[in-house]
Design a protein around this ligand. Sequence first.
Ligand SMILES: C[S@@+](CC[C@H](N)C(=O)[O-])C[C@H]1O[C@@H](n2cnc3c(N)ncnc32)[C@H](O)[C@@H]1O
Length: 173
Amino acid sequence: MLYPGSYVDIAPSFVFDSVTYLDIDTRAPRFFADTNGVREIVDDHEGPSDPGITFIHADYTSPLDLPEDHFDLLVSLYAGLVSEHCTQHLRVGGTLLVNPSHGDAAMASIDPRYELTGVVTSRDGNYKIDTTGLNTHLIPRKPQTITAARLHETCRGIGYIKSPFAYLFTRIA
Ligand SMILES: C[S@@+](CC[C@H](N)C(=O)[O-])C[C@H]1O[C@@H](n2cnc3c(N)ncnc32)[C@H](O)[C@@H]1O
């Protein structure tokens, strides 16, 4: 799994075997350099016994020294237009998990490489994946044409009629 703009959110390693974290902030490499501290946090949770944790200190808008068509999961949470810059590293058939902040869910919704295949809902701290009624999602409250240019300009999410925690898009091309 690839997590650009992760900062120090290592929650994915509570679940996934192998995670590549990436962030431009100078505090993030310091956090990940403390491998014992990171392990301690991860070991406090049930999950893979010896997860692979890689950190890359980089700007995801620049070319990344990472394989193309490779990762199973790309995560974009509160970190800008990750999908626009990093989709080439996700394999076709892989999943983008993206929340609506910063307009990245909207960007994915107009990206022909993606198809909406699920939403993640949250209630009382419990998260569920829903794959039904997907055509009722991503409908803006205010009718508007969503374009990449507009999303670059505003860097803000679109207000949708329904507001799940996050969206799951499958890379189809
Ligand atoms: C609001 S934090 C979100 C952190 C984490 N995703 C979370 O949900 O807790 C946004 C992070 O994205 C990082 N970020 C923003 N633009 C970036 C870029 N172009 N390249 C790498 N990291 C970036 C920032 O440094 C910051 O750590």
